[in-house]
Design a protein around this ligand. Structure first.
Ligand SMILES: [Zn+2]
Length: 196
Protein backbone atom coordinates (compact mmCIF):
# COMPACT_ATOMS: atom_id res chain seq x y z
CA UNK A 1 0.00 0.00 0.00
CA UNK A 2 1.34 3.42 -0.93
CA UNK A 3 1.32 5.71 2.12
CA UNK A 4 1.09 9.50 2.00
CA UNK A 5 4.47 11.18 2.50
CA UNK A 6 4.52 13.79 5.25
CA UNK A 7 5.44 17.26 3.95
CA UNK A 8 7.81 19.86 5.36
CA UNK A 9 6.40 21.59 8.42
CA UNK A 10 4.91 18.52 10.08
CA UNK A 11 6.22 18.25 13.68
CA UNK A 12 6.95 14.51 13.23
CA UNK A 13 9.86 15.45 10.93
CA UNK A 14 11.48 17.28 13.87
CA UNK A 15 11.20 14.42 16.36
CA UNK A 16 14.06 12.19 17.33
CA UNK A 17 13.06 8.60 16.51
CA UNK A 18 12.70 5.90 19.16
CA UNK A 19 14.24 2.43 18.96
CA UNK A 20 11.86 -0.40 18.14
CA UNK A 21 11.84 -4.06 19.13
CA UNK A 22 11.50 -7.24 17.07
CA UNK A 23 7.82 -7.48 18.02
CA UNK A 24 6.90 -4.03 16.66
CA UNK A 25 3.33 -4.44 15.37
CA UNK A 26 3.23 -5.72 11.77
CA UNK A 27 6.84 -4.73 11.05
CA UNK A 28 6.95 -6.71 7.79
CA UNK A 29 3.77 -5.03 6.56
CA UNK A 30 5.18 -1.63 7.47
CA UNK A 31 8.42 -2.34 5.58
CA UNK A 32 6.49 -3.54 2.51
CA UNK A 33 4.40 -0.36 2.55
CA UNK A 34 7.44 1.85 3.00
CA UNK A 35 9.30 0.23 0.09
CA UNK A 36 6.20 0.57 -2.09
CA UNK A 37 5.84 4.22 -1.06
CA UNK A 38 9.51 4.96 -1.80
CA UNK A 39 9.47 3.30 -5.24
CA UNK A 40 6.18 4.96 -6.14
CA UNK A 41 7.81 8.37 -5.53
CA UNK A 42 11.09 7.37 -7.30
CA UNK A 43 13.01 7.95 -4.08
CA UNK A 44 16.36 6.39 -3.16
CA UNK A 45 15.57 6.46 0.54
CA UNK A 46 12.64 6.81 2.94
CA UNK A 47 12.59 7.24 6.72
CA UNK A 48 9.74 6.35 9.08
CA UNK A 49 9.09 9.99 10.15
CA UNK A 50 8.27 10.71 6.50
CA UNK A 51 5.25 8.46 6.81
CA UNK A 52 4.39 9.86 10.23
CA UNK A 53 6.16 7.47 12.61
CA UNK A 54 8.81 8.70 15.07
CA UNK A 55 10.81 5.46 15.10
CA UNK A 56 14.39 4.64 14.13
CA UNK A 57 13.73 2.97 10.81
CA UNK A 58 14.74 3.86 7.28
CA UNK A 59 15.22 2.24 3.89
CA UNK A 60 17.75 2.84 1.15
CA UNK A 61 17.73 1.59 -2.44
CA UNK A 62 20.17 3.43 -4.68
CA UNK A 63 19.44 1.52 -7.90
CA UNK A 64 18.01 4.69 -9.51
CA UNK A 65 21.44 6.34 -9.19
CA UNK A 66 23.04 3.56 -11.26
CA UNK A 67 21.79 5.28 -14.43
CA UNK A 68 23.92 8.32 -13.60
CA UNK A 69 26.46 8.45 -16.40
CA UNK A 70 28.72 10.78 -14.45
CA UNK A 71 29.81 7.93 -12.18
CA UNK A 72 32.50 5.33 -12.83
CA UNK A 73 31.44 1.78 -13.70
CA UNK A 74 32.43 0.32 -10.37
CA UNK A 75 30.31 2.77 -8.39
CA UNK A 76 27.40 2.32 -10.83
CA UNK A 77 27.49 -1.45 -10.31
CA UNK A 78 27.59 -1.01 -6.54
CA UNK A 79 24.69 1.47 -6.49
CA UNK A 80 22.60 -0.75 -8.77
CA UNK A 81 22.44 -3.52 -6.17
CA UNK A 82 22.43 -1.53 -2.96
CA UNK A 83 19.27 -2.09 -0.97
CA UNK A 84 19.13 -2.10 2.83
CA UNK A 85 16.74 -1.73 5.72
CA UNK A 86 18.19 0.10 8.73
CA UNK A 87 16.58 -0.40 12.13
CA UNK A 88 17.76 1.32 15.36
CA UNK A 89 20.76 2.68 13.47
CA UNK A 90 23.57 4.58 15.18
CA UNK A 91 26.34 6.26 13.21
CA UNK A 92 29.53 5.53 15.12
CA UNK A 93 31.99 7.51 13.03
CA UNK A 94 32.07 9.96 10.12
CA UNK A 95 35.45 10.71 8.56
CA UNK A 96 37.14 12.54 5.68
CA UNK A 97 36.88 16.00 4.17
CA UNK A 98 33.33 17.26 3.67
CA UNK A 99 32.07 17.26 0.07
CA UNK A 100 29.02 18.91 -1.48
CA UNK A 101 26.20 17.02 -3.16
CA UNK A 102 22.94 18.40 -4.49
CA UNK A 103 20.32 16.80 -2.22
CA UNK A 104 16.57 16.61 -2.43
CA UNK A 105 13.92 15.07 -0.17
CA UNK A 106 10.54 13.47 -0.82
CA UNK A 107 9.12 15.58 2.03
CA UNK A 108 10.41 18.79 0.41
CA UNK A 109 9.49 18.48 -3.29
CA UNK A 110 11.17 20.75 -5.84
CA UNK A 111 13.85 22.00 -3.46
CA UNK A 112 17.40 20.90 -4.20
CA UNK A 113 20.48 22.35 -2.55
CA UNK A 114 24.13 21.49 -2.08
CA UNK A 115 24.76 19.92 1.32
CA UNK A 116 28.20 19.28 2.80
CA UNK A 117 28.85 15.94 4.50
CA UNK A 118 31.82 13.73 5.32
CA UNK A 119 32.43 10.97 2.75
CA UNK A 120 32.86 7.91 4.96
CA UNK A 121 30.67 6.54 7.74
CA UNK A 122 30.58 3.56 10.07
CA UNK A 123 27.10 2.61 11.19
CA UNK A 124 25.61 0.03 13.51
CA UNK A 125 22.11 -1.18 12.71
CA UNK A 126 19.71 -4.10 12.69
CA UNK A 127 18.35 -5.46 9.42
CA UNK A 128 14.76 -6.53 8.73
CA UNK A 129 15.48 -9.90 10.43
CA UNK A 130 16.80 -8.08 13.50
CA UNK A 131 20.36 -9.20 12.86
CA UNK A 132 22.97 -6.71 13.98
CA UNK A 133 25.53 -5.29 11.54
CA UNK A 134 28.40 -2.84 11.77
CA UNK A 135 29.43 -1.59 8.35
CA UNK A 136 31.44 1.17 6.71
CA UNK A 137 30.08 2.98 3.65
CA UNK A 138 31.50 5.61 1.33
CA UNK A 139 30.48 7.88 -1.52
CA UNK A 140 26.88 8.19 -2.66
CA UNK A 141 25.65 5.26 -0.58
CA UNK A 142 27.04 6.93 2.56
CA UNK A 143 25.43 10.19 1.43
CA UNK A 144 21.96 8.64 1.15
CA UNK A 145 22.36 6.88 4.51
CA UNK A 146 23.43 10.15 6.17
CA UNK A 147 20.37 11.95 4.74
CA UNK A 148 17.98 9.22 5.95
CA UNK A 149 19.79 8.94 9.29
CA UNK A 150 19.25 12.66 9.81
CA UNK A 151 15.50 12.04 9.41
CA UNK A 152 15.46 9.67 12.40
CA UNK A 153 17.37 12.33 14.35
CA UNK A 154 14.72 14.93 13.47
CA UNK A 155 16.99 16.81 11.05
CA UNK A 156 16.19 17.88 7.47
CA UNK A 157 18.76 18.77 4.81
CA UNK A 158 17.38 22.31 4.76
CA UNK A 159 18.50 22.65 8.42
CA UNK A 160 22.08 22.28 7.21
CA UNK A 161 22.00 25.22 4.76
CA UNK A 162 23.52 28.65 5.30
CA UNK A 163 21.23 31.29 6.81
CA UNK A 164 21.22 33.10 3.44
CA UNK A 165 20.06 29.96 1.58
CA UNK A 166 17.46 29.34 4.28
CA UNK A 167 16.07 32.83 3.79
CA UNK A 168 15.96 32.36 0.01
CA UNK A 169 13.86 29.17 0.20
CA UNK A 170 11.65 30.22 3.12
CA UNK A 171 8.65 31.07 0.93
CA UNK A 172 8.96 27.83 -1.01
CA UNK A 173 9.04 25.80 2.23
CA UNK A 174 6.00 27.64 3.57
CA UNK A 175 4.12 26.83 0.34
CA UNK A 176 5.06 23.16 0.62
CA UNK A 177 3.70 22.97 4.18
CA UNK A 178 0.42 24.44 2.90
CA UNK A 179 0.19 22.02 0.00
CA UNK A 180 0.65 24.78 -2.56
CA UNK A 181 2.76 22.59 -4.79
CA UNK A 182 2.22 20.13 -7.58
CA UNK A 183 3.61 16.70 -6.81
CA UNK A 184 2.91 13.38 -8.50
CA UNK A 185 2.85 11.19 -5.39
CA UNK A 186 0.54 11.13 -2.41
CA UNK A 187 1.42 13.63 0.34
CA UNK A 188 0.05 14.90 3.66
CA UNK A 189 0.43 18.65 4.27
CA UNK A 190 0.44 19.97 7.86
CA UNK A 191 -0.81 23.49 7.09
CA UNK A 192 -3.29 22.78 4.33
CA UNK A 193 -6.61 24.58 4.75
CA UNK A 194 -9.45 22.12 5.10
CA UNK A 195 -11.71 22.00 2.08
CA UNK A 196 -15.33 22.75 2.86
ZN1 LIG B 1 14.59 13.24 3.04
Amino acid sequence: MVLPIVAYGDPVLKKKGKDITKDYPNLQGLLDNMYETMYNAYGVGLAAPQIGLDIRLFLVDTSAFAEDTGLDEQEQAYLKDFKRTFINAQIIEETGDEWAFNEGCLSIPDVREDVFRKPKITIEYYDENFEKHTETFEGLVARVIQHEYDHIEGILFTDKLSSLKKRLIKGKLSNISKGKISVDYKMRFPNQKKKR
